[in-house]
Design a binder for this molecule. Structure first.
Ligand code: A2P
Length: 349
């Protein structure tokens, strides 16, 4: 049973809510708007907000044009829900102002995720954590790579507690925003035309390359992206699972893939895991070696599910399994997860 059914409502019942999308001109913001429309979120007014660079431009929502507002001078009074995806600094500076005005902020940046008092929520995994937001009105959307992994870990962990996870990611460039996608396209075209590619967003050439470096390096040799996966997984699953990660950027536009190796505290066979995953909310199992069927980034893109395959016993270690986990990082890894949280905020008993 979904534990949100017993929750008291967060917002009063209305025919439509005032929703602001902060970062509406970015890769995730645009998808937030698309998903709000697709899922027929009850909206009385939608307010696209971005920086002064794009303020005054028009965006279309449900066939109507709306003018982009400048965040620096925007008054959040009357906004019910604000979906933020405009970078950590912007969230730190502006989310509290929205929350003080009475609005619920669902923030896609890493600014608040590990704050003790802030809910870090994946609706299929820990919707009850939203209770923490009743006072402070800020909810953090986890890191994209973390979201898809915890959706896959949760049904297994509930059955036999997990002791350790070793994950390596193959992350799409859309996770780094619109400019990063342009960089992959331009570098690819340049190289195919025998020209020198320009490097701007990524630390090295991304076209026809694999970069084991996402976000900044920390003193212990991990990158911040790796640290996010390790810390956020424990916070969301409310467990001190040992997690270690290597996060890698690959020249793919959409959908992150992950090789996940799990060690359980007791026996969990590949067959049992396959059955548990097939029954779990938000997961599609594609796992047929005889038909050479497994999840692919190209097929997960544009979908709302977390796709799991290559489920097999790890022959090298007891009580251990391998999974291959793929999801659209801009949808389930960011925009969809935020909209699903907003759906819980407006849910009535
Ligand atoms: P803008 O278009 O005005 O730069 P992406 O992640 O695809 O790069 O998109 C980032 C989003 O965050 C864009 O909508 C961008 O708006 C917005 N943004 C970035 N910095 C700020 C800021 N200081 N204030 C408001 N919005 C910002």
């Amino acid at each position: 049973m979904n534990s949100t059914e017993t929750m008291q409502p967060f917002l009063d019942k209305k025919d439509g809510y005032v929703v602001a999308v902060v970062g509406a001109t970015g890769a995730v913001g645009e998808t937030m708007l698309e998903i709000l429309a697709e899922r027929k979120f009850p909206i009385s007014d939608i307010i696209p907000v971005a920086s002064s660079r794009s303020a005054g431009s028009e965006i279309t929502f449900n066939g109507k044009d709306y003018t982009v507002q400048d965040l620096a001078i925007f008054d959040p009074t009357g906004v019910d829900i604000a979906l933020f995806s405009a970078g950590g600094g912007t969230s730190k500076a502006y989310a509290p102002k929205f929350a003080e005005a009475g609005c619920y902020v669902v923030d896609n940046s890493s600014a608040w995720r590990m704050d003790e008092d802030i809910a870090l929520v994946v609706p299929e995994v820990n919707p009850h954590a939203l209770e923490m937001a009743r006072e402070n009105h800020i909810i953090a959307n986890p890191n994209c790579s973390t979201i898809q992994m915890v959706v896959a870990l949760k049904p297994l962990h509930d059955t036999v507690p997990i002791e350790r996870v070793v994950v390596s990611t193959y992350q799409a460039v859309s996770g780094a925003g619109g400019k990063a996608m342009e960089e992959l396209a331009k570098q690819t075209a340049a190289l195919l035309n025998g020209e020198e590619p320009e490097i701007d967003v990524f630390p090295a050439r991304i076209a026809f390359n694999v970069i084991p470096h996402i976000d900044v390096f920390m003193d212990d040799g991990y990158t911040k992206e790796e640290r996010k996966m390790m810390d956020e997984t424990c916070k969301i699953l409310e467990s001190d699972i040992a997690v270690t990660a290597t996060t890698v950027r690959v020249p793919v536009f959409y959908s992150h893939s992950e090789s996940v190796n799990i060690t359980f505290s007791g026996q969990m066979s590949a067959n049992q895991a396959r059955d548990l995953l097939a029954d779990a909310e938000g997961i599609c199992v594609v796992d047929d070696p005889s038909g050479e069927d497994y999840p692919l980034a190209s097929e997960a893109s544009g979908s709302d599910s977390v796709w799991v395959g290559r489920i097999r016993d790890d022959k090298s270690y007891p009580n251990s399994l391998h999974l291959w986990v793929v999801a659209d990082n801009v949808r389930k890894g960011a925009a969809l997860n935020a909209v699903q949280i907003a759906e819980i905020l407006i849910r009535q008993p």
